[in-house]
Design a protein around this ligand. Structure first.
Ligand SMILES: [Zn+2]
Length: 290
């Protein structure tokens, strides 16, 4: 049966999940290698175990009528430590058991090309019915058409569920942001998440934030979701890099209001000369790369 992904507006509702957040001793960690959170029956959020890699990135698996898309492949190559292929295969199998289909395919794309988002790519190399788009600009940009027009809104049709994709450089030259009209998720990768927003190209980042604000104003966005959590629940206080135990980490989900907040902070920097500098906000630290 064909699922209708287009009627109605996405409803904002809490993620309602307690993310695995590491443990005092990484060696004695008993969390699963990958935490699977089913947000709705067609939308899955995964988090890699912090004890395996302190980056503990989030990954997204979205189902459409004809294919699923996996956005990012985690921080670890070895299936023994990051059983991503097996987990994704099981999730697809489970979905197909409820929604039988012939020749269901998988697309693998990325939020950007940093190592902690692409390390599991190799696990999908020999997967049947799978298209993997490498995250580097040379491959990703032509796939989305951003090589021809970096301002374009590219579309990925999963079969009735059509993602909109934007080139959003700043953190990384090949960063992509995905909007899913079914869940209302705006998936911002490492461009916007509760943490240290490492800004490689300040001018490009400021443009990207302007663009995201403008884009989000014209669509129902339920949650802005990035790929890490580095902030604690205490405003402006982050967990130091390489920590593998974050018992009081901030929630993953952000709102469009946070995009305005970042835009405001960038505007204040621009108004005071424009020299990139660190800016501490309750849920973010703008962090120019050295
Ligand atoms: Zn990154």
């Amino acid at each position: 049966m064909t699922i209708d992904f287009t009627t109605g507006r996405p409803q904002a509702r809490p993620l309602d999940v307690r993310w695995n957040h590491g443990s005092p001793s990484a060696k004695h960690n008993t969390d699963p290698d990958l935490q699977v959170h089913v947000y709705d029956e067609h939308t899955v959020i995964l988090r890699q175990n912090m004890a395996v890699n302190y980056e503990a990135p989030f990954l997204y698996l979205l189902f459409g009528n004809e294919r699923a898309v996996l956005i990012d492949t985690g921080a670890t190559a070895e299936a023994a430590y990051l059983p991503l292929r097996r987990t994704v295969d099981e999730l697809i199998e489970g979905w197909l058991a409820k929604n039988p289909r012939e020749d269901y395919r998988l697309l693998v794309v990325h939020t950007h090309a940093h190592g902690d988002h692409v390390a599991g790519d190799g696990q999908f190399a020999d997967r049947p019915g799978t298209e993997l788009v490498p995250a580097g600009k040379d491959s990703a940009w032509p796939f989305f058409g951003f090589d021809e027009d970096p301002e374009a809104v590219a579309r990925i049709d999963l079969g009735g569920r059509v993602l909109e994709c934007l080139a959003t450089p700043g953190h990384h030259a090949a960063s992509v942001t995905y909007y899913d009209p079914w869940s209302g998720f705006l998936l911002t990768g490492d461009t916007v998440y509760p943490g240290r927003l490492y800004i490689d190209d300040w001018a490009a980042f400021a443009q990207t934030i302007d663009r995201l604000v403008e884009f989000a104003e014209r669509r129902p966005v339920t949650h802005v979701l990035g790929c890490h959590i580095e902030m604690s629940i205490r405003p402006g206080v982050d967990y130091p890099i390489r920590y593998t135990y974050q018992p009081y980490e901030a929630p993953l989900e952000l709102a469009v209001a946070h995009l305005y907040e970042i835009r405001g902070a960038l505007g204040a920097v621009a108004a005071s000369g424009g020299e990139p500098r660190r800016v501490v906000l309750p849920r973010f630290i703008l962090w120019p790369s050295e």
